[in-house]
Design a protein around this ligand. Structure first.
Ligand code: 2BA
Length: 109
């Protein structure tokens, strides 16, 4: 069994959940905040049998798209914090940041 942890943009999360459930997968939605942008995003926990991992990855890939955002970082992108002057930069966010973890044990108690 595997656990997929997928960080996705809020705009894509609803559609992705619908597709996952329609395809018979189970998922938990967590409201999370990105460390860099300090903006809300969504983290999905999806547990599945090994052979279903590719199905889930495909659904994530076809549903979540990359968007650009202009932001003023809270921290310097390299360089010293002392001399940091905030200025807007464009960053590409998403489609999805995905971790696939092995599950040692799975029980419903
Ligand atoms: P945030 O940390 O808010 O990052 C949003 C976007 O800002 C990132 O998009 C990336 O394009 C940019 N970014 C982040 N850190 C940067 C830096 N030090 N310098 C320049 N640009 C930077 P994504 O890479 O698509 O990440 C989207 C969200 O996925 C992240 O939101 C974070 O919540 C999560 N994430 C990404 N990589 C992760 C990791 N290795 N571990 C845990 N969560 C991660």
């Amino acid at each position: 069994m595997k656990l997929i942890i997928a960080v996705v943009q809020d705009q894509d999360a609803g559609r992705l959940l619908e597709k996952l459930v329609a395809a018979g997968h189970r998922a938990t939605r967590l409201a999370t905040t990105g460390g860099f942008l300090r903006q809300g995003n969504t983290t999905l926990l999806i547990g599945m049998e090994d052979e279903k991992v590719e199905d889930v990855l495909k659904l994530i890939e076809e549903t979540c798209r990359s968007r650009t955002q202009v932001v003023t970082p809270w921290v310097p992108l390299g360089g010293s914090v002392d001399s940091y002057v905030p200025y807007p930069v464009e960053v590409a966010v998403g489609g999805a940041t995905v971790f696939v973890l092995p599950v040692e044990d799975f029980r419903k108690l």
